[in-house]
Design a protein around this ligand. Structure first.
Ligand code: NAI
Ligand code: MG
Length: 355
C-alpha cells in the first residue's frame, strides 16, 4: 500500500530531525515492501515567510488535503513573531483539518533519564488526550484602543458541547480498548463557566463507560501529582491550554523534549492527520547536527500506528529504547556525543538487525 505523506520540515532543527524521520520511514518500506511512502516536501515556514510574506501558499490547505498524513518538524524562528508562525501554519492546519485529538505519550522508556527520584518506567506511562481545536486556543478575542493608555485585550475560551464530548469520548474509547483508567483535568472552581461545563460533560460520558475507571483533578493539583505520584495517571483528557502545559511537564519527567512526540488526529479520517515532535525549532542548537531526532522517530511510530501498522510502530519504540539502554549513540541532550544523523542511522541499523 502506498501512502502519500506531506513533509513540512519547517524551521531551525525541524529539517535536521525530519530528515531522520524520513530516513527511518524509508528504511521501514525497504524492509517491508508492502508499505510504500510517497513523500512530497513543502518549503513552508519562516524562511518562506521572509521571501513571500506568508507562512504557506495561499492554497496550502487545499494542497495538503489530498495527503494521507502530514509529517511536520518545527515551526518558528527569531525574526518572525511566534504568534504569526504558529497561527498561520501549525494552528491553521490543526483547525482546517479538524485534528481535534492531540495524542501525546508520556512514557518513560528504559534507559531514558528521569529527574524524579525513585520513579521508573512502570510509574510513568500516560497517554495525554489534549483537545486540539478550541478551548483557550480558539483565537477568539479582541484588542481595543491599541497603544492607547486605556487599551484592553480580551482573549476568550470556547468550549462547545460537541467539542468537549468528542474529545472526552475519544479518551473513554481508548480507555475501554486498552483497559486503562481515564483522568479528567479541569479547573471548575475558578473557571466557573468553561470548566463547570467540561466536568458536567465528563460525568455524562463517564456513565456510558461503567467498565472504565476514572479520576478527576484540578489542573494545579494534577501538575503536582504528575511529579509526586505519576503512577496515578494512565489516560488523561484535558483542554487545549492545560494539555499544552502539562505535556511539557510530562516531557520533562519522561526523558526530555528530545523524546516527546505528538499526533494531531482527525479520527474520522476525513482529512489528513499530522505527526510531529512536540519541541520547537530550538534556534539555540540549530544547524549543528546535535538535535535529538528520537522525538521525531517516535512521531513516525505514531504515524505508522495510525496508518495501520502497529507492529512497525512498536519496532520503532523498541529501537528508541534500545538506543537509550545501550547509551552509545545518543545526542548531547542525553549525555551522548552522536550527531543527529548518526542517531537516525542507529535506529535504521536496529530495525534491520531485528526484522
Ligand atoms: P524549543 O522546544 O525549540 O526549545 C526548548 C529547549 O529544548 C532548547 O534549549 C532546545 O535546545 C531544547 N530542545 C528542543 N528540542 C530539542 C531536540 N530535539 N534535541 C535537543 N534539544 C532540544 O522551544 P522554544 O525555545 O521555546 O521555542 C523556539 C521556537 O520554536 C519558537 O519560535 C517557538 O514558537 C517555536 N515552537 C514551535 C513548536 C512547533 O512547531 N510545534 C512548538 C514549540 C515551540
Ligand atoms: Mg507546547
Amino acid at each position: 500500500m502506498s501512502h502519500k505523506i506531506a513533509v513540512i520540515a519547517g524551521d531551525g532543527i525541524g529539517p535536521e530531525v525530519l530528515a531522520e524521520g524520513v530516513k527511518v520511514l524509508n528504511a521501514v518500506s525497504k524492509l517491508d515492501p508492502e508499505i510504500q511512502f510517497d513523500f512530497t516536501h513543502f518549503p513552508w515556514g519562516c524562511e518562506f515567510y521572509h521571501k513571500h510574506g506568508k507562512m504557506m501558499d495561499d492554497d496550502g490547505i487545499e494542497q495538503l488535503r489530498q495527503f494521507d498524513a502530514i509529517f511536520l518538524g518545527a515551526v518558528g524562528y527569531p525574526g518572525v513573531p511566534d504568534h504569526i508562525s504558529l497561527w498561520d501554519l501549525l494552528l491553521v492546519i490543526r483547525k482546517s483539518f479538524d485534528q481535534y485529538v492531540n495524542v501525546r505519550p508520556i512514557k518513560l522508556l528504559n534507559g531514558a533519564p528521569c529527574p524524579l527520584k525513585g520513579k521508573s518506567a512502570q510509574d510513568i506511562n500516560m497517554t495525554f488526550i489534549r483537545e486540539n481545536t478550541e478551548g483557550e486556543y480558539a483565537g477568539y478575542g479582541s484588542w481595543l484602543y491599541k497603544d492607547k493608555p486605556h487599551e484592553v485585550v480580551i482573549q476568550n475560551a470556547v468550549f462547545s458541547r460537541v467539542g468537549c464530548e468528542r474529545i472526552i469520548r475519544y479518551a473513554f474509547e481508548l480507555g475501554r480498548k486498552e483497559k486503562r483508567s481515564v483522568t479528567s483535568v479541569s479547573k471548575a472552581n475558578a473557571l466557573n463557566y468553561s470548566m463547570v461545563f467540561w466536568d458536567q460533560i465528563f460525568k455524562q460520558v463517564e456513565e456510558e463507560y461503567p467498565d472504565v475507571k476514572t479520576a478527576s483533578y484540578l489542573v494545579d493539583a494534577a501538575a503536582m501529582l504528575m511529579v509526586t505520584q505519576p503512577e496515578r495517571f494512565e489516560i488523561v483528557v484535558t483542554s487545549n491550554l492545560f494539555g499544552d502545559i502539562l505535556t511539557d511537564l510530562g516531557a520533562a519527567i519522561a526523558g526530555g523534549m528530545g523524546l516527546a512526540a505528538g499526533a494531531n488526529l482527525n479520527p474520522e479520517r476525513q482529512y489528513p492527520s499530522m505527526f510531529e515532535p512536540i519541541h520547537g525549532s530550538a534556534p539555540d542548537i540549530a544547524g549543528q547536527q546535535i538535535a535529538n531526532p528520537l522525538a521525531t522517530v517516535w512521531s513516525a511510530s505514531q504515524l505508522l500506528a495510525f496508518l495501520g501498522y502497529p507492529q512497525w510502530a512498536e519496532r520503532l519504540i523498541n529501537a528508541i529504547e534500545h538506543l537509550l539502554v545501550e547509551g552509545k549513540t545518543l545526542t548531547p541532550d542525553l549525555k551522548g556525543s552522536a550527531t543527529t544523523s548518526e542517531v537516525g542511522d542507529a535506529v535504521v541499523a536496529y530495525l534491520q538487525a531485528n526484522y
